[in-house]
Each structure stands twice: as structure tokens, then as C-alpha cells.
Ligand binder design. Structure first.
Ligand SMILES: O=C(O)[C@@H](CO)OP(=O)(O)O
Length: 215
């Protein structure tokens, strides 16, 4: 059975400021760095063999800290990037005009192929995240990978593995540096293929970030 750990990056400056990042980037806060250290402390005994991260700065930095603790290197996979939120990237969530708010709702309410102008649909996000996860099946036997990605991207992955629509990720709270795990298994009892073991675990964090979606 292949076990794959899924970690959202540590808190960033724009997370704390309620600004939309998407494929734009902002650095980890001091709290975000500390959260990454705490993930490393937790998973260092898990036998992680590969740390694979989205190529955005916030995930790279989080991955470096975790990989140091695990004694392995980091490889980058652009398929693990956050949803491209087009013209709304870098904006404060509270500053959207009614028209912009409507664009945002097209995505989060599950309108088929809804997208923010110049952005990406949830279907496109789902396809690339599943491709990145499937690539773990090609790693050498006995591998135990840990993927470092983003809130909407990981939520979409977990939701769709459960058979829910991609936009169900809005009902799944994946805080900064939460750990989820999915397993690939052939089971007579559970559905064969990817199975969700846990989602959004933050028991290793002593100061969990306020989630930008929750505030
Ligand atoms: O892009 C963003 O603003 C958020 C949305 O959840 O994603 P993340 O902080 O996980 O990159």
C-alpha cells in the first residue's frame, strides 16, 4: 500500500492579510516557518523518502524545512500549484466589487467550468492534481512521498477522491501546515484505488494560523 502525505504550506504574509495568492506568491511569516518546523518534527520518523512541492516560493520554503528534518531532498512539480485565480490574484478578499465577487462565486459554487477571468477552472485543477498524485505510483516500491501544496488544490484532490465535486473543497478546512494522508490500495472492502486516511490534521501545531477563509 502506498501512503502519500499531503501538507499545505505554512502561513504566509498574504494569508494573514486576507489577500488572494493563487499562483502569485508571498513569503512565509515567522509563524509559517515555525509551523513547517513542527510538521518536520512530526513526520521525521514516518520514513518519508521524497518531498515533492509545488514550485511556488511558499511551498518550496515549507518543503525545504520538512525535507531537512526527514533527511531527503525536494523535487518540484508545477502541477501542485494553487488554483490560478487570474485577475483576482493579489487582491484583498474584502475589497472585491460585486462583479468580482460574482466571478469568485462561479468557482466556489461549482458552476461548470466556472473560472475567474484569466484563471483556471476547478476541473483543470482537479486533473493536474490527480496527475501529480498518480505520478507517486511510479516511484520505487517502498517509497513514502510527502507532497507540499495549497489549500484549494489539496482540498480539491481530497474531495474528488471521496467522489465529491471539486468545489466541495470549500467544506473542508485545510489550515496552513495541516497534514492529510491518502493511500493507494487494492481492497476487497474499501473502494480500490485512492482512499482518504485523514484530512486536515493540525495536532502537531501549537499555534495554528487563523485560516484566511475562516476569519
Ligand atoms: O491562494 C490563496 O490565497 C490560498 C487560497 O486557499 O491558497 P494557499 O494559501 O493555500 O496557497
Amino acid at each position: 500500500m502506498l501512503q502519500v502525505y499531503l501538507v499545505r504550506h505554512g502561513e504566509t504574509r498574504w494569508n494573514a492579510e486576507r489577500r488572494i495568492q493563487g499562483q502569485s506568491d508571498s513569503p512565509l511569516t515567522a509563524k509559517g516557518e515555525q509551523q513547517a518546523v513542527q510538521v518536520g518534527e512530526r513526520v521525521r520518523t514516518y520514513g518519508i523518502t521524497h518531498v515533492i512541492a509545488s514550485d511556488l516560493g511558499r511551498t518550496r520554503r515549507t518543503a525545504e524545512i520538512i525535507a531537512d528534518a526527514c533527511g531527503c531532498g525536494v523535487t518540484l512539480d508545477a502541477r501542485l500549484r494553487e488554483l490560478d485565480m487570474g485577475v483576482l490574484e493579489q487582491r484583498h478578499l474584502d475589497s472585491l466589487t460585486p462583479e468580482e465577487e460574482e466571478w469568485r462565486r462561479l468557482v466556489v459554487n461549482g458552476t461548470p467550468d466556472g473560472r475567474i477571468p484569466q484563471g483556471e477552472s476547478m476541473q483543470e485543477l482537479s486533473e493536474r492534481m490527480h496527475a501529480a498524485l498518480a505520478a507517486c505510483l511510479d516511484l520505487p516500491s517502498g517509497s513514502r512521498p510527502l507532497l507540499v501544496s495549497h489549500g484549494i488544490a489539496l482540498g480539491c484532490l481530497v474531495s474528488t477522491i471521496l467522489g465529491l465535486p471539486a468545489h466541495a473543497e470549500r467544506r473542508l478546512r485545510l489550515r496552513n501546515c495541516s497534514i492529510s494522508r491518502v493511500d493507494y490500495q487494492e481492497s476487497l472492502w474499501l473502494a480500490p484505488g485512492w482512499v482518504v486516511e485523514t484530512a486536515g490534521d493540525i495536532s502537531h501545531l501549537d499555534t495554528p494560523a487563523l485560516d484566511e477563509l475562516q476569519r
